[in-house]
Design a protein around this ligand. Structure first.
Ligand SMILES: Nc1ncnc2c1ncn2[C@@H]1O[C@H](COP(=O)(O)OP(=O)(O)OP(=O)(O)O)[C@@H](O)[C@H]1O
Length: 791
């Protein structure tokens, strides 16, 4: 036995040596490329000294290209090279642009009659492609067509692949190799020697690794059903469903990288990834850089899609479920329409200095209540418009559906018309040209008069979304705007929840659901065009007057890329993660960002925390329009061991009877634990359990509690260090931990109408171990199993 083990070890060492040699060759080539890039960079800087506009632009472009290249090469990727496939001869002898043979099927004579064959081609797969000096592929980019068989090939449908190898390396050192044999029936030879096979698969090794607070890419172990989604053509809408842990988030992120690789020009318009929480954004945002992609992709939490309204930190407050239900519903749309127009008559909050939601100027000094009379002096006489005349004009202007803020010029025009019709100058002449001149000077005089300007500002103020939302905090007013849409109780609750915003400076804390309302209001109000500010001039240039002689400095590509990203409100591709949670109002908000986009939508209806899935489905259909859809289903759970998945399936059966659970790919033999509260002390029980799990696992421990308990749970765990995190049930979306403690299933299930589905989410976060602690509302049996989790 020992001799056999030693033989296996020495074969493994030999194969590691083979891959090390290849990796050395790759790094040698990379070093040459880095030298080249650095040379280009210096050359470019020299060119810059010539100073003509053309040379400057060329220099910028060259520096940009060389910089990007250097960046990618210099970032010492862990697992830069991670895969290899050994292939039979292809059907035709054609090679693709990456130098690899294109044919997926083996040639007819690739396998001899005695089931022996020769390996005709070996490809190494890595995060980016590298060609040698003769343009032969040293490494194929994982997204290139030639790399697809690495992911797609299975023993059932092997194509040309005989052996698929995952290479584990760190920096420049190869640490290990794991092989899967795709054609076990063959005896294959490579360079005259029998092809060796090492280990028993890389997937299990990857799944067993401890989790950290950031997600890893899965580029070395993407499975065939996932690869189909990642490489699906970007036409219209790609919809992916699958249970917890089936890799939906991972697939969505890899798809973003794939699309950029496929068609960088098309996606220069940006890819937006919408995530449910800032926690999931933080968890996933390292994946794309690790795949060599940054810049073009914006990952945003649904609560910070409108950064202008919320600030970069976004909205993180959660409304209680009954309020969230109202704010998320599409019934809010007619209410907001009324509010956007009605808010014109609402006096500004008493103070100044508040942050404008979507503008860039601070609010000006407090204005009095909306004026009811306009009085001006023209041609030496006083002219007045009374309340009912003003009302008629306002009514007239608001007739259509145009955004309120864009109607101000029309309001101004109708006011001037009405004043002119009362002016003494009107009947003075009959010559049309004279009348026109008189009118024009009348308009100019009146419209620059301070009383007129002040009146217009107060009577037709430029509204901000925050100001309108704050105006809805008044119960009577909101009752008026929501008549026959919300019932009295709903209107009252909604108004109360908006009171937070009705502060003097209008900057009270926003909830996640407020953001979609603000965004809708922004669309209803419109943003008037502002005069462009002149670029500030260099004071030295001004002194010498040289600026007129110098060519206009052109924007560099970097500056341009940054500016476009900052200005971007629509994207070329929109990816929605945890799509089952988007409310109808959120679908409208996301829809506005992808009006001309292609889409990838991933989600799981069984994990939805939104109470009315039909209403959300209708809003989603509206956002996507009639675009054709391709649907995929992922079926294998890579996160939870079978023991945990089995327990979660009991809740799934209650939450969504008849819905199938994904099948867990591995089992650990460790069954979930059940802990009743010890001595009535929930905090101590949870703390003890978290401490125990910290000793059991290498990575992270997540403690999931009902939303109302978040703050206290953080205190319970404050001294246990950074490996432990306390989370509210809604915050656990999409995250995973080596071990989790789920605190009081009944409390989580009772939180909202979707509570059972939220509990299902909480129970499916662990990769190794799970403990369920019963609280007051649970009814544990003699083994501590709460009633919700019994058979
Ligand atoms: N092919 C794979 N190879 C290695 N790990 C994988 C693979 N597919 C998924 N995983 C891992 O499984 C875990 C679950 O993946 P992911 O979070 O993407 O699932 P999900 O479907 O989004 O889950 P949920 O619906 O619960 O949010 C992650 O740790 C991911 O890295």
């Amino acid at each position: 036995m020992a001799a056999q083990d030693a033989a296996v070890d020495s074969l493994r060492d030999r194969e590691i040596g083979v891959e090390q040699e290849h990796l050395d060759r790759v790094y040698h080539r990379l070093e040459e490329k880095i030298d080249e890039a650095e040379f280009l960079m210096h050359d470019a800087v020299k060119r810059g000294q010539v100073g003509t506009p053309g040379a400057l632009a060329e220099r910028d472009a060259q520096v940009f290209r060389a910089g990007v290249h250097l960046n990618r090469l210099n970032s010492e990727f862990e697992d830069f090279l991670f895969g290899r496939i050994d292939l039979l001869l292809g059907k035709d002898g054609e090679r693709g642009p990456d130098g690899a043979y294109t044919s997926v099927e083996p040639a007819e004579d690739a396998v001899r009659e005695d089931a022996t064959a020769d390996i005709a081609e070996t490809l190494h797969i890595g995060r980016i492609g590298v060609l040698d000096a003769d343009y032969a592929p040293l490494v194929i980019d994982w997204r290139a067509p030639a790399a697809a068989p690495f992911y797609r090939s299975t023993p059932k449908d092997p194509g040309r692949v005989v052996r698929r190898r995952v290479i584990r390396s760190k920096g420049r050192k190869v640490l290990g190799v794991e092989d899967d044999l795709m054609r076990p029936e063959l005896t294959a030879y490579l360079g005259g020697e029998k092809l060796p096979v090492i280990g028993d698969g890389a997937l299990m090794a990857a799944l067993g690794q401890a989790r950290s607070h950031t997600m890893r890419d899965i580029v070395a172990s993407i499975q065939a059903e996932q690869d189909l989604v990642i490489r699906a053509p970007a036409a219209s809408v790609t919809e992916v469903t699958g249970g917890p842990g089936t890799g939906k988030t991972a697939v969505a992120l890899h798809r973003a990288a794939y699309l950029l690789y496929q068609d960088r020009r098309r996606y220069a318009g940006g890819i937006l990834i919408v995530s449910p929480t800032p926690l999931l954004v933080a968890y996933t945002e390292g994946v794309l850089p690790s795949l060599g992609e940054e810049g073009q992709v914006a990952i945003r939490a649904i609560g910070s899609l409108t950064e202008e309204a919320t600030g970069p930190e976004g909205a993180t407050a959660y409304d209680e479920p009954a309020i969230a239900r109202i704010k998320g519903s599409s019934r809010m749309l007619p209410v907001l329409r009324k509010a956007a127009r009605g808010a014109l008559e609402v006096p500004r909050p008493a103070d100044a200095g508040g942050r404008l939601a979507f503008g860039d100027e601070p609010e000006r000094a407090a204005a009095p209540a909306t004026p009811t009379r306009l009085r001006v002096v023209a041609f030496g006489a006083r002219i007045e418009l009374e309340a009912d005349e003003l009302r008629r004009i306002r009514h007239n202007v608001l007739g259509g559906t145009a955004p309120v803020n864009l109607l101000r010029p029309r309001a101004r025009k109708l006011l001037l018309d009405a004043l002119w019709s009362k002016s003494s100058g009107r009947g003075r002449y009959t010559d049309p040209q004279l009348v026109a001149e008189l009118r024009s000077s009348f308009d100019e005089d009146v419209s620059t008069e301070t009383p007129f300007l002040e009146f217009l500002d107060a009577w037709w103020p430029e509204l901000t979304p925050r100001r309108v939302l704050a105006a809805m905090a008044d119960e009577k007013r909101l009752a008026r705007w929501s008549r026959r849409i919300l019932n009295q109780g709903e209107a009252r609750r909604l108004a109360r929840s908006l009171k937070r915003l009705d502060t003097a400076d209008g900057s009270g804390p926003l909830s996640v659901h407020d953001v979609a309302l603000l965004d809708e209001l922004q669309a209803l109000l419109g943003t008037p065009a502002r005069p462009k500010r002149k670029r500030e001039m260099d004071p030295l240039d001004q002194l010498s007057g040289l600026e007129e002689l110098m060519p206009q400095r052109e924007e560099t590509q970097w500056e341009r890329a940054e500016r476009l990203a900052a200005e971007r409100t629509e994207y070329a591709h929109v990816i929605v993660d945890e799509a089952q949670d988007l409310t109808p109002m959120q679908w409208r908000m996301v829809g506005r960002r992808g009006r001309h986009a292609t889409w990838t939508i991933v989600g799981d209806p069984a994990q939805s925390s939104w109470s009315d899935p039909d209403e959300a489905a209708a809003a989603k259909d509206e956002a996507l329009g009639s675009r054709p859809r391709r649907r995929f289903t992922l079926t294998v759970n890579y996160r939870n061991p079978a023991e945990i998945a089995e327990l979660a399936a009991k809740v799934l059966a209650l939450a969504m009877p008849g819905m199938e659970s994904p099948s867990a790919v591995r089992s650990t033999g460790v069954v979930p634990r059940f802990e009743p509260v010890r001595g009535g002390d929930l905090a101590a029980t949870v703390r003890a359990e978290a401490r125990r799990l910290l000793a059991e696992v290498d990575g992270t421990v997540g403690v999931v509690v009902a939303m109302d308990r978040r703050a206290e749970a953080r205190e319970w765990l404050a001294e246990l260090g950074e490996r432990v995190v306390a989370l509210g049930s809604l915050e656990a979306k999409g995250l995973e931990y080596d071990a989790t403690v789920v605190v009081s299933p009944a409390e989580i299930a009772d939180e909202s109408p979707a509570g059972l589905r939220v509990l299902y989410v909480a129970l499916t976060r662990a990769t190794q171990q799970l403990t369920v602690v019963s609280g007051e509302r649970d009814v544990p049996d003699a083994d501590g199993v709460p009633d919700l989790l019994r058979d």
